[in-house]
Design a binder for this molecule. Structure first.
Ligand SMILES: Cc1ncc(COP(=O)(O)O)c(C=O)c1O
Length: 402
């Protein structure tokens, strides 16, 4: 078997050049996974937020029906796709009147998070602001274009961020509900950030892939607001604003790579140009699955109940073990836990591994994650029940007592 060329053996003295990327964090979990796998009742994997429940029939059938697809799809997607996105944004997110040039399907949303700075022309020297405890790809996307990622407390008033008036802020990323912390931004919080960004000529992009998963008051009954909500953008409407959404979690379509972005037509147009040039096209069968899934609420409701029950079980069991969930973690797919004593994130990960449970250290999500772990709701009901039983044991109480 051949191995990939190292710089020593490469025919080019220059390539591959190392990009300014951080180490892929998940690799550091291997020893904890191995420890957890030794549990006599098997491992419970609550580290990666990858869905485990079946892809809904309606999406599978649509994919299958569109399997005969000899021609290229278009970058903007079929008209029926754009119409389905606009209709869903109005029905579920309160964003009416999105026109054809204001939406585009994407191949999952992670590629948008990583590549939007490139697509929008963010340059070296520009600042890309993102939440303090955040999905690592906002940072990666900034680094790929040589820009400077800056973590800021997006829950707080932007005047507290300490960013100079004349700083070259290009993008402000929001993520509501947040991964990993489950925080939700209100209309007022987002409106304040939008006004601040507009005054600096910066674009605001909101990653909203957990928007359907609200658990605690008021988000158990009220829809979680979108950045594109007319109350956020005010008179300037959607100017300078983009929102991302993904069907990976709400519809168990992570394997299909089905997502979209919506907002300011000038920004969507710029993104579309690059996607055309680079062949970033959502496959035709996936477009069909996206349309089917967006048009059906029944499967979403069923899936939401599954997550609600798993969350309740895990909230109760982690509390019984003395762990404390962030009180502002009110939505999304994760618990954001700290220990009863001051344990580091990796000490907590180690204690969970003794119980055969894998969780992610808060450090993966930036310095604000120190002393915390992220626990996802994505293992089967049977595995979640096994984790809960272990967390209620005296062994767990002793492990987390430090
Ligand atoms: C905050 C956030 N954004 C984006 C993504 C990417 O999701 P996908 O590429 O499956 O749409 C994830 C996945 O976990 C996420 O947590």
């Amino acid at each position: 078997m051949t191995t990939s060329a190292t710089p020593e053996t490469s025919p080019s003295p220059h390539l591959p050049r190392r990009l300014a990327l951080p180490d892929f964090p998940w690799d550091s979990l291997s020893p904890y996974r191995e420890r957890a796998a030794q549990h006599p009742d098997g491992v419970v994997d609550l580290a990666v937020g990858t869905p485990v429940d079946p892809t809904p029939e309606i999406a599978r059938n649509a994919l299958f029906s569109a399997a005969n697809a000899p021609g290229y799809p278009t970058a903007v997607g079929a008209p029926v796709v754009r119409a389905a996105i606009a209709e869903w944004m109005e029905r579920r997110r309160g964003v009416a009147g999105l026109g054809d040039g204001e939406v585009i399907p994407t191949i999952g949303s992670k590629e948008s998070v990583a590549l939007l700075p490139l697509h929008l022309g963010v340059r070296p020297g520009d600042l890309v602001l993102h939440p303090r405890a955040a999905y690592p790809t906002y940072d990666v996307g900034a680094r790929l274009v040589g820009a400077t990622p800056v973590p800021v407390d997006t829950d707080a008033d932007p005047v507290t961020w300490g960013i100079a008036e004349d700083a070259p802020v290009a993008v402000v990323w929001l993520n509501s509900p947040g991964n990993p912390d489950g925080h939700v931004l209100s209309v007022e919080q987002m409106a304040r950030i939008v006004a601040w960004a507009r005054a600096r000529g910066a674009v605001v992009i909101s990653d909203e892939c957990y928007a359907e998963l609200g658990w605690e008051s008021p988000w158990d009954t009220q829809p979680i607001p979108s950045l594109l909500d007319p109350r956020v953008g005010g008179e300037a409407g959607r100017s300078g604003l983009l929102a991302l959404y993904s069907l990976s979690k709400q519809s168990n379509l992570a394997g299909y790579r089905a997502a979209f972005l919506a907002g300011d037509a000038r920004l969507v147009g710029a993104v579309t140009e690059v996607r055309k040039h680079t062949g970033m096209l959502m496959p035709t069968p996936v477009q069909a699955a996206l349309v089917a899934a967006l048009g059906d609420e029944a499967h979403m409701e069923v899936q939401k109940e599954v997550y609600r029950e798993r969350r309740e079980v895990l909230v109760e069991a982690t509390a019984a073990a003395g762990l404390v969930n962030d009180p502002a973690s009110v939505a999304g797919l994760y618990l954001w836990l700290r220990g009863p004593k001051s344990m580091s994130a990796y000490e907590l990960v180690g204690a969970f591994a003794e119980l055969g449970i894998v969780v992610a250290p808060g450090d993966f999500y930036g310095e604000a994650g120190a002393g915390r772990v992220r626990m996802s709701l994505t293992d089967t009901d049977e595995r979640v029940a096994a984790a809960a039983a272990r967390l209620r044991s005296s062994e767990a109480a002793a492990l987390f007592a430090g």
